[in-house]
Write a protein that binds this ligand. Structure first.
Ligand code: XMP
Length: 515
């Protein structure tokens, strides 16, 4: 049984996580499979994995700093093509006998890159002068024996170097960031021309491989999968269903905290369109009674999280002969639970609170994929856009968007207002610029007037943010006309709401959600 991708693989050495992930994604965009490994992976382990190429990431350290990350030098002697970026060029230079003197001048941001060796295969098709992105203090001084400099900037004489005989290449700038004008071309040159890797990591191949692997893994066993309405669990379900059809049963725990029409859509998509064996558990009463009187956000989350798994396993145990649980773990989850050691990756799996005496083996068919690849797989498998491009939605659902106690009445108010917010912004935001947008129901009321009558109703807070990864966010600069339409519609169409406010707080200091 293989639990691995059988494609030519680029190993990305991780000298600083955020850079490594970006590089791995760029390589995949060039249709080549890439995997992130710890910087200190041994030459023996690298050899065992037979990579088609290696890329050394950048990193925040200085090569001479105490505790700076260093690679096994013998990796550079394996004959595998290596490309180093930023910290990677400095590491390559010092490991092979060059120098990286401390300089007084750093170089941060845009720089003019001059290709000084136009015959370098790395710069094939790159103009003599172009823009690149720099972020460094030190840089290579004396070249290691056998190397030549191939590019420079005003302050960095060795902006790139190479030793084609040993298939070693490196740049001081960052080809992986979008600010480097011809960065993707440089990466492609390395992958296709220098390393000779064919661009075969395509959606069709990803799906075929995953389907094959799931079949091999589970044989004729039965599998369950928890559906939440989110992208990851939906794609897992569709993929596993493609692989093993009726051997799969999906359990959809409907906690009653989903948005307008969401539960229906899950049922329509999976039961009606895909003809998946689907157990739809309407557990809203159960959740609501547990949430009665609960106002603390963390307590809400805990109750919902625990109850979710309880309901799920109750249903799972009713099914006969199930051996496997399919889960929507993605590659960033795997990396974040620890790229340093495999043991840490395992600990991630233990997050599933199996009840006493219950255990399922895990299959995680998406664990090699980034989020954008998961979406592309979902589309290719025929999932509707509403699911594939669903905005991030918290597991505890609308419970964390109702400040104070959650009741059926408040859920109903919030659901209707939220549907209007989404409908209006969806219609305006054709190219999906806004990251997340929703309504929040605070635990206050205020006075208003409608017709001749005074009202005493709830306000709705509209939240819409721009973000790349939810770590930081800025409030979206929605046009006033759009905000006016949202406000009018909510007050007119949702009885009980008499005021609408727009949240103009960035993150930090605010968070995206209100609880
Ligand atoms: P915050 O509010 O911390 O949210 O800025 C960052 C991102 O995480 C989502 N979020 C959650 N997702 N369970 C989840 O699955 C939660 O309890 C939860 N709280 C926040 C939020 O929607 C945003 O995308």
């Amino acid at each position: 049984m293989t639990d691995h991708v059988s494609q030519p693989t680029v190993l990305v050495f991780d000298f600083g996580a955020q850079y490594a992930q970006l590089i791995a994604r760029r390589v995949r965009e060039a249709r080549v499979f890439s995997e992130i490994v710890p910087f200190d992976i041994s030459a023996e382990e690298v050899k065992r994995r037979k990579p088609a190429a290696i890329i050394l990431s950048g990193g925040p350290a200085s090569v001479y700093a105490e505790g700076a990350p260093h690679m096994d030098r013998r990796v550079l002697e394996l004959g595998v093509p290596v490309l180093g970026f930023c910290y990677g060029i400095q590491e390559m230079a010092t490991q092979l006998g060059g120098t990286v003197p401390r300089t007084d001048v750093g170089e941060y941001g845009f720089a003019e890159l001059r290709v000084t060796a136009p015959d370098s295969p790395l710069f094939e098709g790159v103009p003599e002068v172009s823009q690149c992105w720099m972020s460094h203090r030190d840089s290579v001084g004396e070249l290691p024996p056998g190397f030549r400099a191939t590019a420079s900037t005003a302050v960095t004489p060795v902006a790139a170097m190479e030793d084609p005989d040993r298939r070693l290449y490196a740049t001081q700038f960052h080809p992986e960031v979008a600010h480097t004008e011809h960065g993707q071309r440089i990466i492609r040159n390395f992958l296709y021309e220098i390393a000779g890797i064919p661009p075969t990591w395509t959606m069709v191949n990803i799906i075929e491989e995953s389907v094959e692997r799931v079949r091999e893994q589970v044989g004729s066993d039965r599998v369950i999968c928890g559906l939440s309405g989110g992208v990851d669990s939906s794609v897992v379900a569709a993929l596993v269903h493609r692989a093993i059809g009726d051997q799969l049963t999906c359990v959809f725990v409907d906690h009653g905290l989903l948005r307008h029409n969401e539960a229906d859509q899950v049922v329509r998509t999976f039961r009606d369109a895909f003809r998946v064996n689907l157990v739809h558990v309407d557990a809203s009463e159960r959740f609501l009674s547990l949430l009665k009187g609960v106002t603390d956000p963390e307590q809400k989350r805990r109750i919902i999280g625990e109850e979710f798994w309880k309901v799920f396993f109750e249903e799972a145990q009713k099914l006969e002969g199930v051996k496997w649980l399919a889960q929507g773990t993605l590659y960033p989850d795997v990396i974040e639970s620890g790229s340093k050691t495999a043991a840490k990756i395992k600990s991630h799996h233990n997050l599933i609170p199996f009840p006493e005496g219950v255990h399922f083996e895990l299959i995680e068919p998406l664990k090699w994929l980034f989020k954008d690849e998961v979406r592309a797989v979902g589309t290719e498998l025929g999932l509707p856009d509403e699911i594939v491009h669903r905005q991030p939605f918290p597991g505890p659902g609308l419970a964390v968007r109702i400040i104070g106690e959650v009741t059926r009445e408040k859920l109903d108010l919030l659901r209707r207002a939220d549907a209007i917010v989404r409908e209006e912004i969806d219609a305006w935001d054709r190219d999906r610029q806004v990251w997340q947008y929703f309504a929040v129901l605070p635990d206050i009321r205020s006075v208003g007037v409608m017709g001749d009558e005074r009202t005493y109703g709830h306000p709705i807070i509209v939240r819409a943010v721009a973000s790349a990864d939810a770590m930081t966010a800025d409030w979206a600069r929605l046009p006033h006309d759009l905000l006016a339409r949202i406000s009018n519609r909510i007050v007119n169409e949702v009885e009980g709401i008499n005021r609408v406010a727009y949240d103009i707080t960035s993150k930090p200091p605010g968070t995206i959600e209100w609880e």
